[in-house]
Design a protein. Structure first.
Length: 298
């Protein structure tokens, strides 16, 4: 997070770690984030302790309520659609490079591998687990914000973080037994389609491309995706492209022409028509609406 960007209250930051403990949401702080897609800069998790938060991850919308633990995957695209005024949540995000430099080797562990397909899941944990994790986060926050650092401050924080990771890893394994996950054929095709879409969203907008890569007809792909997700494959492709466009346009350093080029549109005019068709706004107008304020929570 850039130091010049506004940080909502309840967030503690040191290099590589962000702990957030939101009690009593101030909607003014979160209004700029609502319905603005962003790519998660770091991985971690958050735990809702009251109220509700509705978010979209990689085209799937879900609602997190009290006792819901949600793991954030670095690089995935999120959109906060709504946060209730009584929503309280706590959690942590961690930069992988920081963890590795600190001797905490979690890359590739089940803690950050939600599913092989990347389809989001949340877990409703019990009250004892909620209390344990929130307490550990409170202790870590106290260590991060200590105005009178102790000797071995760095080591204390590292070990407290490792204890938290093991605790959440235990919870994750309890609620996510990989050996028991069996995707049926339709779910498997959907998972492979979403994987391809993440890889090729900036260069391929043709339904035929994805159907060919999956060795099925466009009709079959559309039918299956509609049955599993509730939306046709073509609509998901358009949504993914628009989401990428919104992320690019949210960057002040990226012009409309550069966004069009990045997404491999033939020209800026075609990009503008495509964007307006799906959002109701021109790319330049959209840039104006998001130029002020930070829109990424993670």
């Amino acid at each position: 997070m850039n130091e010049q960007e506004r940080t909502p209250p309840g967030i503690s930051i040191i290099e590589g770690i962000t702990v957030f403990n939101e009690k009593g949401i101030n909607m003014e702080d979160y209004a700029p984030m609502i319905n603005k897609p962003f790519r998660a800069e770091t991985g971690g998790f958050f735990l809702v302790t009251s109220g509700a938060m509705r978010l979209q991850c990689n085209l799937e919308t879900l609602t997190c309520t009290q006792g819901c633990m949600y793991f954030i995957i670095q690089g995935f695209i999120y959109t906060i659609e709504d946060i209730s005024e009584d929503c309280n949540f706590t959690g942590i995000t961690m930069d992988t490079d920081f963890l590795l430099k600190s001797g905490i080797h979690v890359t590739g562990s089940e803690l950050f591998q939600m599913t092989a397909s990347g389809i989001s899941h949340q877990y409703n944990i019990n009250n004892r687990e909620v209390e344990m994790i929130t307490t550990m986060l409170d202790i870590l926050t106290a260590k991060l914000t200590n105005s009178d650092p102790l000797h071995f401050q760095k080591e204390v924080i590292q070990h407290q973080l490792m204890a938290l990771l093991y605790e959440t890893g235990s919870v994750f394994r309890k609620y996510n037994d990989f050996q028991s996950i069996k995707l049926n054929r339709k779910e498997d095709l959907t998972a492979r389609f979403l994987d391809l879409l993440r890889l090729h969203v900036k260069s391929e907008r043709s339904l035929q491309f994805y159907a060919s890569r999956l060795s099925v007809t466009t009709g079959h792909l559309t039918k299956v995706i509609k049955q599993v997700i509730g939306k046709p494959a073509g609509e998901l492709i358009d949504t993914a492209v628009i989401t990428e466009a919104q992320i690019l346009l949210s960057n002040p350093a990226v012009s409309v022409a550069q966004a069009a080029e990045e997404l491999q549109f033939s020209d800026q005019s075609f990009f503008g028509k495509y964007f307006k068709k799906h959002t109701g706004l021109s790319p330049s107008t959209y840039k104006q609406t998001v130029k002020n304020g930070k829109n990424n929570l993670f």
